[in-house]
Design a protein around this ligand. Structure first.
Ligand code: ATP
Length: 208
């Protein structure tokens, strides 16, 4: 299985990177692709330009060969729909199951995503805990979780898509929003993200 972690990565931080690395190791994923979106469909435009967000992801993944910075959404016009990204990856790797990694916050927003039900036809969902967010207890997503939830990775063996695996990783209460706010307030976000990423932020005078 290949893990897919999409996001604005505005900027990428250790919450993303530990999640990617721990899931890769814990679930034995072949690799995790970190895919910055060009234009996020569900939220306001990122503060940093797409090329810089990609450069930050590339810098963060350097030296960790199974964490791969993937620029496919930047090469596509229009809004970056995850469903299109999954279709693209399926064409490239038709036999390899895909695991779409979502923080609980992102999972809760899923029904607003473009053709969201198709995501489960193309990938498994790997839902990770995130401080401050609780899994749904009622409503359509709680229902979906009841229907699709599996207890462990082995339960997904032999299936291309459609399962939901809740995953526990080190809980890091780090968000890109808080990092941008710190830079804007002239406080250092060091130790929340790699120094190589911070160097890019400083070189571009970003988030000030
Ligand atoms: P922002 O604060 O700008 O909303 P963010 O820190 O949430 O940004 P995104 O790029 O929006 O980062 O997140 C991409 C994906 O990574 C989402 O699925 C999100 O749930 C997950 N994620 C982000 N931060 C963490 C974290 N600290 N722990 C676990 N998952 C995270």
């Amino acid at each position: 299985m290949i893990g897919i972690l999409g996001g604005t990565f505005d900027p990428i931080h250790y919450g993303h990177l530990r999640t990617a690395l721990e899931l890769r190791q814990l679930l034995g994923l072949e690799e995790v692709r970190l895919i910055p979106c060009r234009v996020p469909p569900h939220r306001e435009d990122p503060a940093a330009p797409a090329e810089l967000r990609l450069a930050m992801v590339q810098a963060a993944c350097a030296g960790e060969p199974r964490l791969v910075a993937d620029d496919r959404e930047l090469r596509r016009d229009g809004p970056s729909y995850t469903v299109d990204t999954l279709a693209d990856l399926q064409r490239e790797r038709p036999r390899t199951p895909l695991g779409l990694i979502l923080g609980v916050d992102a999972f809760l927003g899923l029904p607003a995503w473009h053709r969201w039900e198709e995501l489960l036809e193309r990938a498994h969902l790997l839902v990770v805990e995130r401080p401050g967010w609780e899994p749904p207890r009622a409503g359509p997503l709680a229902e979906l979780l009841r229907e699709r939830r599996v207890g462990e990775m082995a339960d997904l063996a032999g299936r291309q898509a459609g399962g939901i695996l809740p995953c526990t990783v080190t809980r890091l209460d780090i968000s890109a929003t808080a990092i941008r706010a710190q830079v804007a307030a002239d406080r250092s976000p060091r130790f929340l993200l790699p120094d190589s990423v911070l160097a890019l932020i400083e070189a571009h005078g970003c988030y000030r």
